[in-house]
Each structure stands twice: as C-alpha cells, then as structure tokens.
Design a protein around this ligand. Structure first.
Ligand code: PRP
Ligand code: ZN
Ligand code: MG
Length: 224
C-alpha cells in the first residue's frame, strides 16, 4: 500500500524516542504527539510518523511497509541476522548514522568472578535479548555457549540462577553496577541510524528524503 505521504517509523517509548522526536522537530517537521496514537501526521509536510516498538522497526523497513526508520544498530543487526537465517527479506539502505543512542552490547559476568578472556566463557549459559549477535560473536571466536532468551530483566538472570553471564546493552554502566556485574567483552558498539527501505518510491518522496537529509546534516553540525 503506497501512500503519497512519507512514512517514518520511530520508537514510541524508550531510549531513542525523545532524541528522535527532537531531531525531527529541529529539522522543521511540525507534529503533535498526543495520546496513544500509532500514526501522527506532520502538520507542515507530507510526512506520517509511525510510533512503534523499536523491535518492529527493522522488519517494517525490510518488508517495505514504511519508507524510513530510526533505529539502534544493535536492533537492526539482530533482526537482520534473524531474518537472513529464515530466508526473509533483510535489505535496507543506511542513510545516516545519527549522533544519539550510543551504547555498547557487552557480555557481563559476576563482578567478583575471575576473568582472563573470552575462553573463560566456554560452556556458559548467557542470558540475552540478542541471541543472533551473541552467536555470531561466539562462533567467530570459537567459544561454545548456551542461550537463555529474555526480552526483559536480563540483568537479574545471573542472580536468579537462570544464567552464568548476560549480554545486554550498556550505556552508563549503572545497570551492571546495580546488579553486581562487570563488563567482560564488548561485542558491538551501536548508535541510532536513519534507514530507508529498498522499495521503489516516487520522485517526490525521494526528493523529500534528500531535503530531510540536508536538514539533519545541518542540525548535527550545529551541535558539534
Ligand atoms: C538497556 C539495557 C539496560 C540499560 C543499560 O535497556 O537493557 O537495562 O539500558 O543502561 P545503563 O548502562 O545506562 O544502566 P533499555 O533502556 O534500552 O531498555 P530495555 O531494557 O527495555 O531494552
Ligand atoms: Zn527493544
Ligand atoms: Mg533494560
């Protein structure tokens, strides 16, 4: 279903949502986030914002349901690997890396555990929301492990006896600290990125994307 309006998927609530909305506003896109709406129409440009869970954004782009999306590279890579493994479409175009959402995906272990390198993870059970990225990393270094898949509260898994280690996003490190964990290995450094679907779109839409990109460039430069 093609519409005339450019569709941009952004995170409804979470780490990227505020900065993402701020960026769009600084680019001159006028909109009013009211209530619990899924679609918000921009008032001064042919743009619709889709407010969704960040986990859904890569798939919406790869299936060509929306034109643009703002997403963390961590989520984008995880979903890409998952879809590739299932032989589903996993193409997208990265338009620009953004200046927010910085974090790292790290393996963390009990803060008192003795740690001498990745070999010490051999045979461990690792709790994570990112099983594909963990598997890619562990396969690369040739270390065996098992997974404990959790969509939330990953950091409590070791204490709860569900896993030996975790692999989760670290930003300030406060969550690890609060849960008696320490970072053992960084497996990915991530930032928010603006991505586009590979679907063919109208010249008008493509021109609007080019204009937006120039404005984004201006907004980011002004902050530097
Ligand atoms: C991530 C991660 C940790 C926290 C780490 O969660 O799961 O809970 O951030 O940040 P810190 O190092 O600054 O403490 P996020 O806020 O992305 O939400 P989620 O857990 O719902 O994915
Ligand atoms: Zn998520
Ligand atoms: Mg969390």
């Amino acid at each position: 279903m093609q519409t005339q309006r450019l569709r941009i998927a952004i995170q409804k609530k979470g780490r990227l949502s505020k900065e993402c909305q701020d960026l769009l506003k600084r680019c001159g896109v006028k909109f009013n986030m009211m209530g619990e709406r899924l679609v918000v129409h921009a008032e001064n440009m042919p743009i619709d914002l889709l407010l969704v869970r960040d986990d859904d954004i890569p798939g919406l782009i790869m299936d060509g349901v929306v034109d643009l999306g703002v997403i963390g590279e961590n989520e984008l890579e995880e979903v890409g690997l998952e879809r590739a493994a299932r032989n589903e479409a996993c193409d997208y175009i990265t338009l620009r890396r953004l200046d927010f959402g910085g974090c790292r995906l790290s393996i963390a272990i009990d803060k008192d555990a003795d740690y001498n390198g990745p070999q010490d993870l051999n045979g461990k059970r690792i709790a994570t929301t990112y099983p594909q990225l963990v598997k890619r990393y562990m396969d690369d270094i040739g270390v065996k492990f098992t997974t404990c898949m959790l969509n939330g509260s990953v950091e409590v898994a070791p204490r709860a006896g569900l896993a030996d280690a975790i692999c989760d996003l670290v930003s300030t490190g406060a969550t690890l600290e609060a849960n008696g964990l320490k970072e053992a290995e960084v497996i990915l450094r991530s930032k928010a990125v603006l991505i586009q679907s590979t679907e063919t779109i109208s010249n008008e839409k493509q021109a609007l994307i080019e204009r937006l990109l120039i404005r984004i460039q201006g907004v980011i430069q002004a902050k530097e």
